[in-house]
Design a protein around this ligand. Sequence first.
Ligand code: AMP
Length: 310
Amino acid sequence: MSITVVGSVAFDSIETPVGRRERCLGGAATYFALAASYFTAVRVIAVVGEDFSAAEEAVFTARGIDLRGLERAAGKSFFWAGNYLENLNEAKTEQTDLNVFSSFNPQIPEAYLDSDFLFLANIDPVLQKRVREAMPQARLVCGDTMNYWINDHRAALVEVLPAMDVLLINDTETRLLSGKQNSVQAARDVLALGPRALVVKHGEYGATAFFEAGAFGENVDARRAFRAPALPLAEVVDPTGAGDSFAGGFFGYIASQPELTRAVFRRAMFYGSVMGSFAVERFGTERLQELSREEIDARFERLRELTHLD
Ligand code: AMP
């Protein structure tokens, strides 16, 4: 089984209370792909510029990630700068340079067309829709978005939401999309826009899944919401990519299982939390590059202990 992901591959400059890093490898598709690669085969669709070197490429290939859909264009790669000096749960964006992304027209390699799973990472919703339509065979589609698209490109975003089986966004984005403050009412409003399930990420407080009635048929008991905790960590070095790593663990685990059942959905939420917790322990993608499945499963057990009553 394989997941195809479309999204940003970027250079990030990041400042947190722990320190600063200039131009480290980042991007939503990068974090997603690395996290998901511990569970299943991953294929990337993105664009980079001439500043993307063999060293960055090796981060993907060392994890077996397929880069045949990574276009190399003249110019510079997407660049993002942000800080977490006031709030560790939410980045303050200082600079966004789209660079080669401004004229990105995703090309899907023939070899990707048999992917059963598709992740539409944070990117222009027009492109998300185009990729979904070009990959009609994908059985399960998950996606993400951000405040910029919600505020300034709402019409295009609303067009792609019905194509998503699971939308994964954070609390602020959920409220922004619905206009409501109450989290349950906001979730209902977002589900009414079309996704069959909504996973709201609460940063250091975990994540909650809400379902459209009857979503995923008999297999998933969709009547009730489900909450996965986040692992309490003594030090958060860099929160960048936590949300995309959550999505990678979540979707990667689902793709590795024979079918989507209630238990698989719930475990996927825990694996999402696990991958998010690793992502924040070091700057950039450092920690996600060198994990083992044993470490991942040990942390899964810690989450289970954290929440079980007996
Ligand atoms: P996260 O912390 O999981 O929400 O995602 C962080 C990543 O999103 C960073 O590595 C950035 O490169 C990337 N990013 C930031 N802004 C954008 C944007 N407007 N479009 C696509 N990717 C972005």
